[in-house]
Design a protein around this ligand. Sequence first.
Ligand code: NDP
Length: 250
Amino acid sequence: MILDQRIAVVTGASSGIGAATARLLASRGAKVALLARRTDRLDALADEIVAAGGDALAVAADTTDPITLAAAAERIGATYGAADLIVNNAGVMLPSAIQARNTTDWRREVDVNVSGVLNVIDAFLPGLLEAAASGRPADLVNMSSMTSHVVFPYMAVYNATKAAVSHLSRTMRTELGPQGVRVTVVEPAMTATELQGHVVDEGINAWVAQAREAFTWLDPNDVAEVVAFTTSRPAHVTLSQVVVYPTRQA
Ligand code: NDP
């Protein structure tokens, strides 16, 4: 199988895009470490992957906490060896009107979507560089969003965090590419997951509900396929930025 020499880490593997990506990478032969906070979900997914003939390890980790991430990297290294395929996917979306000054949600979005992404890079970059230095493929895939370059009201802070992830990725590629580490940013549009389940604003929920009716949203597997495709190109090929839209989304 095309990914059978790879050791993958997927953050936010307890639901949505992360769970679908972990399942798909495992089905293509990668050993997959599943990271998130909801360990019951991770254990169930690991059992499912193993029952299907794959290899998975559930690892409880909060990406906003560098100490638990360092421990996770150590445990994964001891079990599988250093990871060479990182899917930096965990994220939250908590939209609200800017004048509501919901600073708790602003901070949470920045903590998970920006600091969390950086913490994951800090914990796993040495393994990627080690893989690349020994001539093996090495992938860092950051999950951004089409909102990194398209604006919507009520999404200012979320959009800013995703713009940060996209620009961080493009910039890092110029440093890490020459060392053999591929950096890819994936920017999905509307995808049917639990992400919108955290929205509390009634007006935004009504907008989401009508958007669900208006066109067929991406399935998490559609995004997972993009990750599996980019990471299974020959080592000299990098897809640096992939935007994924539901066809009928304007
Ligand atoms: P989900 O809500 O289904 O998944 C989010 C995942 O992030 C969960 O597994 C959750 O796990 C994890 N997570 C959240 N906070 C933390 C944390 N502090 N530490 C570790 N894990 C955390 O949403 P999606 O699958 O849609 O989201 C995945 C990524 O895709 C996000 O970065 C999102 O911004 C992005 N995206 C999604 C789009 C969509 O329309 N759905 C469109 C564009 C981008 P747990 O709670 O168990 O910790």
